[in-house]
Design a protein around this ligand. Structure first.
Ligand code: G3D
Ligand code: MG
Length: 194
């Protein structure tokens, strides 16, 4: 792409990889995003892909790659093309939050995800005793581990849809900005070769 073209090109879509432990609510969220309705879910075998037009000229493509143990090894191959990470946490499952934090740390250290924006969904806020966004932020050590990128923790409920439009709005803003910064670095590279 020439310098002139790169400058004027408009980012039209971004790839969002959805990760999180099994049962965090990823599949339910994806269906809710798309249909604004509740679907019966079954454990994801392989992966689900869905595109959502979040702005008139902009689409987010969500990759729900499954959270079961055997799928975790294949996460990395999906990360190569990601423009954003949507990390889903079951805020009511206090026993597994530590496990989720460990996974999250591994994901953030992945080379291909360096600097990629992150929205954490503190899901299942409808369940009694669910940790709120502040508590999830603290327990996932967000401030430390995400200091090199844009991040946000959004409380939500995949069943009612509460908090999801905010999450989509933030994800859209973050990924547009991130894509633009990728574009800028492309321009810089081209200038260097002139
Ligand atoms: P996953 O794709 O991350 O593995 P699923 O998770 O979307 O399959 O969801 C796992 C279970 O959690 C499902 O229940 C689903 O209905 C439930 N769930 C998802 N989000 C919420 C939420 O916000 N609140 C509550 N209360 N439950 C939620 P089942 O019973 O089918 O296992
Ligand atoms: Mg699933």
């Amino acid at each position: 792409m020439g310098l002139q073209n790169a400058k004027h090109s408009k980012v039209k879509q971004a790839n969002i990889v959805m990760l999180g432990l099994d049962s965090a609510g990823k599949s339910t969220l994806l269906y809710k995003f798309r249909y604004n309705d509740l679907f019966l879910t079954s454990p994801t075998i392989g992966f689900n892909v869905d595109m959502i037009e979040t702005q008139k000229d902009f689409t987010l493509t969500f990759w729900d790659v499954g959270g079961q143990q055997k799928m975790r090894q294949s996460w990395c191959s999906f990360l190569e093309t990601a423009d954003g990470l949507l990390y889903v946490v079951d805020s009511s499952d206090k026993q597994r939050l530590e496990e989720s934090k460990k996974e999250f740390e591994v994901i953030l250290k992945t080379e291909s995800l360096k600097g990629i924006p992150v929205v954490v969904l503190a899901n299942k806020q409808d369940l009694p005793g669910a940790w709120n966004a502040e508590e999830v932020t603290r327990r996932l050590n967000m401030k430390k581990y995400c200091s090199d990128r844009n991040w946000y923790v959004q409380p939500c409920c995949a069943i009612t849809g509460e908090g999801l439009s905010e999450a989509l709005r933030i994800l859209t803003a973050f990924t547009r900005q991130y894509s633009r910064s990728k574009e800028t670095s492309t321009i810089f590279k081209e200038i260097k070769t002139l």
